[in-house]
Design a protein around this ligand. Structure first.
Ligand SMILES: [Zn+2]
Length: 261
């Protein structure tokens, strides 16, 4: 039987901690995000699963979803209007390839999801037993990004950066809406969670969010994280994509600003 909170590495064997999924067990069990397809993730400890929350539809959060749905028949929660991209993930896979390049091949392709999908808009509260699960609309990283608050712990997906070796890193691939991203981050800071679950970094101290906000606002988002080996190669490729997201967003803001004056 499953109890409590689990942070589960769900990246590829080359870099298991590249991605985390979270499982929270109560009277109802919840999984948040589903890692990459070529994942080391092991959820064999789960006898049942009632919900999977998809924070957003990028390949590194959906990889094992079809398999998990087939095995446990949970309800899948996704932002409104987007269930069609779970049933037919060809656009998700194309997007992954064009943004991540060869890293997308390491992660593997998302398979179509056959199961019950519930669309949410944010603000919903779902009873899990002792705990309640609140869904928050947190756009910016993607316009369909949602976060989850359970028992004072915020599961922020990719809306609050990542963290490796004690350093915050940007999780901001193009197309990034920088203004929405910063607003969503500020709102999540204002909730004063007692811990934060990052899809790229695991469970961290909430002070991470302030550090990450500062690195974005002060333009200090280029970081030097030395993990060594294949993990470092993969992380560096991701970081280049994320720097490009910020730089394109800043350029666009400048152009919009010039056009309106
Ligand atoms: Zn991600």
């Amino acid at each position: 039987m499953c109890t409590g909170i689990h942070a589960i590495p769900s990246g590829p064997w080359e870099f298991p901690e590249a991605v985390y999924s979270f499982v929270i067990c109560d009277e109802k069990n919840v999984m948040i995000d589903a890692g990459v397809a070529n994942s080391v993730m092991d959820v064999g400890f789960l006898d049942r699963l009632d919900y999977v929350v998809v924070t957003h539809l990028h390949i590194d959060h959906l990889g094992t979803l079809a398999e998990v749905v087939q095995r446990y028949r949970p309800k899948v929660l996704v932002y409104q209007g987007y269930s069609k991209y779970l049933r037919d993930p060809s656009k998700v896979n194309q997007g992954g390839k064009s943004v991540l390049g060869e890293v997308a091949d390491i992660y593997g392709e998302v398979e179509p999801v056959n199961g019950e999908i519930l669309e949410v808009g944010g603000g919903e509260v779902i009873d899990l037993g002792d705990r309640k699960m609140e869904l928050l609309y947190t756009p910016g990283h993607a316009k369909h990004h949602i976060s989850v608050l359970i028992d004072g712990i915020l599961y922020a997906g990719d809306s609050a950066g990542g963290r490796y070796n004690g350093l915050p890193i940007p999780t901001t691939p193009p197309p990034l809406n920088l203004r929405d991203y910063v607003n969503s981050l500020r709102r999540q800071i204002s909730l004063r969670p007692k811990a934060v679950g990052l899809a790229h970094g695991g469970l961290v101290n909430p002070s991470h969010m302030g550090e990450h906000l500062e690195q974005i606002l002060k333009g200090k988002y280029r970081v030097d994280v030395n993990l060594g080996g294949e993990a470092e190669v993969i992380l560096k490729k991701h970081l280049e994509v994320n720097y490009r997201g910020i730089e394109e967003a800043l350029l666009k803001e400048k152009l919009d600003c010039n056009a309106s004056t």
